[in-house]
Design a protein around this ligand. Structure first.
Ligand SMILES: NC(=O)c1ccc[n+]([C@@H]2O[C@H](COP(=O)([O-])OP(=O)(O)OC[C@H]3O[C@@H](n4cnc5c(N)ncnc54)[C@H](OP(=O)(O)O)[C@@H]3O)[C@@H](O)[C@H]2O)c1
Length: 321
């Protein structure tokens, strides 16, 4: 039998049931050792070898080598710290934590324990993203001047965790984090200026939408827009001096084959995309890094660098009020 990493999944919400548990079961490099939920039935329904009705019990289980955190954002920091201090590697749903200060704590714990820590930005594992990076690097669209990214969907359930401030709710942390991650991938980590405007929900005290501009000086500019207040919409465009790369489904890539096109000097080529499970690819990469004592595709400080820009955006939007 090839060696696998024994994963424990914490939280049995929508993304755990729909995507993470199936990917853990499908991965040749993972054993779905345990799941924990506030409800033992929900944990068992995910199909692990052991089900817990307590997150801490799973984290203490000596059979578990790596913990996948899939709870609401407000618990990410606390659970990741517990897991690292209990000797487990941590793969944590986005955002890694609710602020750069929280991410810094996690990074210190990961460095002190020598255990892996990764923010689960599964979209980065879709081949269309590496293809877009290659095209930009090769100068296929000339010099990159601008990145546009948007991610919106309607949130109609007033009790959703995304509308709870104390659970790390808000559109910026939920979907804006993808737009920022994509902008960073192409333009770097140090915008010279950040401007942003948020619309808040007075009942829940979270941003229902945030839009803004990250100015990377001579390297280009990123425009982003995220929200819970409109129809389902996700798009990205990489605009160069000679052409444009368009991604029609840059983030939620479990659609069979997202459309990506490259338009150069007026000619458009649509690129065929493979059908992949980005969650499975992410889990396999993380497991591989544990098994081979190497680093996964996304280093531990990626989450911190994303969070720093998210903090700047929050600050800029407060200044603009
Ligand atoms: N990568 C992606 O594509 C993707 C997509 C969606 C969401 N996410 C991320 O995944 C995480 C969970 O999102 P979701 O859509 O699965 O949310 P959800 O369906 O609302 O589930 C909420 C999660 O929080 C846990 N929880 C703990 N205390 C809770 C409380 N007091 N009230 C409600 N829930 C509580 C629940 O666990 P129990 O089992 O104990 O109830 C459950 O795991 C978030 O960090 C989100 O950003 C990622």
């Amino acid at each position: 039998m090839p060696k696998t990493v024994r994963f424990g999944l914490v939280g049995a919400g929508r993304i755990a049931a729909q995507s993470i548990a199936p990917a853990l079961k499908a991965s040749a490099k993972a054993t779905f050792q345990a799941a924990a939920s506030r409800s033992a039935e929900r944990a068992a329904a995910l199909g692990p070898l052991t089900a817990y009705a307590s997150y801490s019990e799973l984290i203490r289980d000596p059979e578990v080598e790596a913990v996948y955190i899939a709870t609401h954002n407000g618990l990410h920091r606390e659970l990741a710290l517990q897991a690292l201090r209990s000797g487990k590697h941590v793969l944590c749903e986005k955002p890694l934590a609710c602020s750069a200060a929280e991410c810094e704590e996690l990074l210190v714990a990961s460095e002190q324990t020598g255990l892996l820590l990764m923010e689960a930005f599964m979209y980065r594992y879709h081949p269309q993203i590496s293809r877009a990076c290659d095209l930009v690097k090769r100068g296929a669209i000339g010099n990159l001047r601008a990145v546009e990214a948007s991610f919106r969907f309607p949130l109609n359930n007033p009790s959703d965790v995304r509308l709870r401030r104390e659970f790390g709710g808000g559109a910026l942390l939920d979907v804006g984090c993808y737009c920022v991650n994509l902008a960073r991938l192409f333009l770097g980590d140090k915008p010279a200026r950040v401007s942003a405007l948020s619309r808040f929900d007075s009942a829940h005290q979270v941003d229902l939408s945030t839009q803004g501009v990250l100015d990377f000086g001579a390297d280009g500019v990123a425009m982003f827009s995220c929200g819970f207040d409109g129809g389902v919409h996700q798009r990205a465009a990489l605009i160069g001096t000679r052409g444009v790369i368009r991604l029609d489904a840059p983030f939620i890539t479990w659609t069979a084959s997202p459309r990506m096109s490259v338009q150069v000097d007026g000619e458009e080529v649509v690129m065929q995309q493979d059908e992949v499970d980005t969650f499975q690819l992410e889990i396999e990469d993380f497991a591989d890094a544990i098994l081979t004592d190497s680093t996964p595709r996304l280093s531990a400080d990626e989450g911190l660098r994303n969070a720093r820009i998210l903090d700047w955006i929050k600050e800029a939007s407060r200044r603009s009020e």
